[in-house]
Design a protein around this ligand. Structure first.
Ligand code: FEO
Ligand code: CA
Ligand code: CA
Ligand code: CA
Length: 596
């Protein structure tokens, strides 16, 4: 019960905030709070956050570091639910003071394992539209760390490419790494992409695959390779350990005893995330980006059909297997304007649009390899090498890729690519040389969601219209939009508007990153409006838009990242509070914004 929700999210766009300002800013008429912070206990036996006495055991029972994907999944009635979050990476230089004590550094190395992974935390509130509180010790509360068990699914599970001395079956992996964006499925699970997993290994680039995925034999920031053979790419018996990361992971947040999985059928690359839509025939289609300069856009189409009967336990079990079997495709874009009109400046070609058609090229077909000279296991473990062979289009770093909930059009955030025009020629889908500010592509499937032909156009060429980049906002007047740079995560509200969060605006347009609303239909199509701004050095993640409840959720990732422990550049979110559990250090947090 309680007061009715304040429906809708009316707001006047906020002014962009200078990148030297350490504030979380929301529009007039809104309030915010940190729902949960790095180090907050989520189990009754966890100690309160105490940075000077932090331990690996404490961290494994507390909320982790650097959250990217979040969702708040409400139970029936709307007053209880679960927050699901991932913990992408750690920032050692601002978590702890400098030390050269080997015992201290080893302990911290273990803390870094416990601070990454995922979290499920029950939440409750007094009324719909009112802020949530976390429930310490909630029945579904869970932390997954770099030592938690995950099961491999799909054609590469159990193959020679993923077996190790500790796991000769090639089916059980300890931990998940570099979890970035994600998506919640229609069957209630959460997907998350293992992105920059290569950086946790010290491994020589001694094979085509290791070279293509960016492995290096060099000390890592977490130091695991010095004491855990799994992360030493030269350790006998562990040559394949790195082949067990770089997947889409799936977790069922309703069942704390379930084993989370990694889906090899969805390919292995620097997975930004995955977002699902049910095709007209009931098959499941997942869209996915590989976030590296010059890498690719992918989609997965399931073999089996989604069963929407939530009350049926057998149907639920089938749905949990949907992403284990199906086919993987990679995108080839073709522009419709003459190449001579794609000048690299961002000036529109003579037909008035960066647009064209495209094709989804099969990498697997009916669960078998569709790439000559590669087995299905090789395609799914060395996916970048497979995509290289079929002529996929090299993109400007695909981040979050999300199908629209009603139109089915797919929105692809290409965050930036400063090497475009140098290492990769400009093309109509990636038309700006030295693409500093990124762009957003709108893709329309032509043969249904699971089909292989599409059309596309560039919705936004991001930047500050008053700045140096040539910008484009779907034709909307440039002087009336909020400046936006480096689009990263995307989401939709209940009215079908696109929302974009950014990562990188401080280094391009000298503004803090933020969250922006963009209408897609009618006269306001392309009108970018800034809703919130995050603190200094932080990236805006999540986001979740609950306009029906007048609420927005974001994850504030790596606040104060460019500072040091001794001289922090951010004190978010405690800002000098002396309340129990408050800290002087910046703390990555999940933030809720509500009308009030
Ligand atoms: Fe973790 Fe591609 O951003
Ligand atoms: Ca064109
Ligand atoms: Ca991202
Ligand atoms: Ca998203």
């Amino acid at each position: 019960g309680g007061a009715a929700a304040a429906s809708g999210l009316p707001f006047e766009p906020i002014a962009p905030v200078a990148s030297t300002v350490d504030e979380f800013t929301v529009p007039a008429g809104y309030r915010w709070s940190a729902l949960v912070r790095w180090g907050d206990p989520i189990f009754p036996d966890a100690p309160g956050f105490d940075l000077a006495n932090q331990t690996p055991a404490a961290q494994a029972r507390q909320f982790g570091y650097n959250v990217d994907y979040i969702d708040v999944i409400a139970d029936e009635g709307g007053l209880t639910g679960v927050l699901v979050a991932n913990h992408e990476y750690v920032n050692p230089a601002i978590m702890f003071p400098p030390s050269s004590d080997p015992a201290e550094l080893r302990m911290r190395s273990e803390i870094y394992k416990a601070a990454q992974g995922m979290a499920v935390v029950e939440v409750e509130r007094d009324a719909i539209g009112a802020p949530w509180r976390i429930v310490v010790g909630g029945r579904r509360n869970r932390r997954l760390t770099v030592d938690s068990e995950f099961a491999l699914t799909g054609p590469a599970a159990g193959s020679d490419l993923v077996r190790t001395a500790a796991d000769p079956s090639g089916r059980t992996v300890l931990g998940t790494l570099g979890n970035c964006a994600g998506g919640t499925t229609p069957w209630g699970t959460v997907l998350s992409g293992e992105e920059n997993f290569n950086g946790y290994f010290s491994a020589p680039a001694d094979t085509p695959s290791r070279a293509r995925y960016g492995f290096r034999q060099a000390p890592t920031s977490t130091g695991w390779e010095t004491w855990d053979r799994r992360f030493d790419g030269t350790a006998p018996g562990y040559e394949n350990e790195a082949n067990r990361f770089g997947y889409i992971v799936e977790i069922d947040p309703q069942d704390p005893t379930s084993t989370p999985v990694k889906h090899t059928a969805m390919g292995r690359f620097k997975h930004e995330g995955a977002n699902v839509r049910i095709a007209e025939d009931g098959r499941v289609v997942a869209y996915m980006g590989d976030d590296e300069r010059g890498d690719y856009l992918y989609k997965f189409v399931s073999k089996h059909r989604y069963n929407p009967n939530r009350a049926d336990a057998a149907a639920r079990k089938q749905n949990l297997r949907l992403l284990a079997e199906g086919d993987l495709f990679v995108a080839r874009f073709s522009g419709d304007s003459p190449a001579s009109e794609i000048t690299g400046t961002g000036a529109l070609p003579s037909d008035g649009a960066f647009d064209g058609t495209g094709e989804w090229i099969a990498l697997t077909r009916k669960g078998r390899s569709a790439v000559p000279g590669m087995t299905v296991e090789e395609v799914l473990v060395h996916t970048r090498l497979a995509a290289d062979r079929v002529g996929a289009t090299k993109m400007d770093r695909c981040e979050d890729v999300e199908p629209h909930p009603t139109t089915g059009r797919v929105y692809v955030a290409c965050t930036n690519n400063t090497r475009r025009g140098l290492d990769y020629a400009v093309d109509e889908a990636n038309p700006r040389a030295a693409n500093r500010d990124g762009h957003v592509i709108e893709l329309t499937e032509l043969d249904g969601q699971g089909g292989t032909r599409f059309s596309w156009s560039i919705l936004l060429l991001c930047g500050d219209p008053a700045g140096i980049s040539q910008t484009y906002f779907a034709g909307y007047p440039k002087e009336l939009v909020s400046p936006i740079s480096c689009p990263d995560n995307v989401a939709f509200d209940g009215e079908g508007n696109l929302w974009i969060s950014t990562d990188g605006a401080p280094s391009t347009i000298r503004k803090n990153d933020g969250l922006f609303k963009v209408p897609l239909e009618g006269p306001e199509r392309g009108r970018v409006q800034q809703f919130l701004s995050v603190p200094r050095d932080a990236e805006t993640c999540g986001p979740i838009i609950r306009d029906d409840e007048g609420m927005v959720f974001v994850a504030v990732q790596h606040p104060g990242e460019d500072g040091t422990f001794a001289e922090p550049t951010s004190r978010f979110p405690d800002y000098g509070s002396t309340a129990p559990g408050a800290a002087a250090a910046p703390r990555p947090s999940v933030v809720q914004v509500w009308r009030g």
